[in-house]
Design a protein. Sequence first.
Length: 366
Amino acid sequence: MTNDLLGIINLGTEEGLFPELTGHRNLAAVPFSGRYRLIDFTLTNMITQGIDQVGIFTLDKYRSLMDHVGSGKEWDLDRSQGGLHIFPPALKPDGEAYLGDLANFSMHREHFVRSKQAYVVITGSNVLTTIDYQNMLEHHKSMGADITLAYTEHEQKCGYCRPIRLGENDRVVGIGERGFSPDDEHAYTETIVMSKNLFLRLVDEATSKGEYDLLDGVILPQLHRLHVHGYHYTGKMQVIHSVLSYYNESMRLLRQEGIIYDFPHIYTKIKHEPPTRYLKGSKVNEALVANGCKISGEVQNSILFRGVVISEHARVKNSIILSKSIIEEGAVVENAILDKEVVVKRGQVIRGTVDEPIVIRKRTTV
């Protein structure tokens, strides 16, 4: 399969979202669905559609991300032509402040110039979709659009999402501030297609005027100057932007409602773990359990990542337990998110609510 799209994963709009899980990693590297990271879904969607060159434009705390994606081997992107490229953020001369995604693109302009593709598709890592990028590109061409933005219907409130307004023949006439409600007709999926040459020209023009933000400095000013078209995406969308959204979207997976079920296969970093061991006395009901776990206690309506230990008489309910965490004998964890390598000591109780799940930070002992 050949593709005329250059894949761009823009992490520059994900700054400061739920620091409880992003204090030591960026949002793209947050674990999700038992064995994956958020970025796995976007990478998988790109490579299964034949996109063979992908640039990840980072923000901060990207060591965990680089460790996860490596050379791109698991996504067949470890190649001499095209492949995977990870770019550091554009910072002010003092190295302190992030300048914005336009500065990122401008600083790494040569990546675009050298690429063979004529078009770019720009998306993020925390709005999970199965958008058919090739179909979106064909729609872009057939409509004679300069810029095409994907939109969808969304049935839930979303503090991160932006409402998008359409005019005649699906021309985009407005994009609102973050804060979507079901009363808004359409939600912007933060996915953009345009020609590479137009993209570079608009980035150059915007940065020369001191603009730093792709949406505010490039897209919005062009709504009434260029043909900015809407592409209707009809599939599922999961948006991860807060502790509560992470918790709720994870719980949806247990009801088989999540986007994971729309992928034939999701590619991720391979880790060789033994099968999970369900020991005598264990009780597991409506749970998503990764490899390498050891369960002697009770697990109900929860997600266990790789290598989690649930000891005898321990109970885990409505919770998300990240890799290599240990729940000791008689401990209770309910309505909680435990980051990696957390230890809950014998007899301890961690209990949140479905509206306010408790988050225990990485390598904490409770």
